[in-house]
Design a protein around this ligand. Sequence first.
Ligand code: IMP
Ligand code: MG
Length: 173
Amino acid sequence: MIIGKPLFSVEQIQTRVTELGNSISSDYEGKEVLAIGILKGAFMFYSDLVRAIGQRLTTDFIIASSYKDTESTGKVNVLYDVTEKIEGRHVLLIEDIVDTGVSLNYHRERILRSNPASLKICAFLDKQERRIAHPQIDYIGFKIPNVFVVGYGLDYENQFRNLPYISIFKKKT
Ligand code: IMP
Ligand code: MG
């Protein structure tokens, strides 16, 4: 396998996350945010983003899995679910990357069934080319072409999540 040079550097990520945090803080002024991170992929982005949000905020998580190798299985397994009450809360769903959109759509619909006061979605990366489902994404870190990326929480078979930057991943053939 080959890890290329950074697609987004530590500095680029830091700058963008601060910008996202600022817009989220001003959009939610006077409201309490229930920030739900989708693990494992979003763990690094989530922890940087919540520190960039100046709002009163409650943390919660979903642990889900859908990927095998570099292709999505299209089937989402929820291994750990939100424990906070969702009804009447301002939910911000935080995801690492949106590819086909299938898993995000699944999580979005599940949350909506619990009647939140509002639901917004923040995704660090947006791979628009492969979209099948089209959930509205309110905050996007970066748009990327159809490449498989690792680092900053994103994995290939649970590896490379610890890279502090985003890199394109190629399987050796
Ligand atoms: P979707 O359901 O096809 O949108 O898949 C979304 C999930 O697949 C994300 O939450 C990621 O965990 C994973 N994923 C999609 N693309 C990549 C990638 O390029 N690198 C690592 N994980 C990815
Ligand atoms: Mg993943």
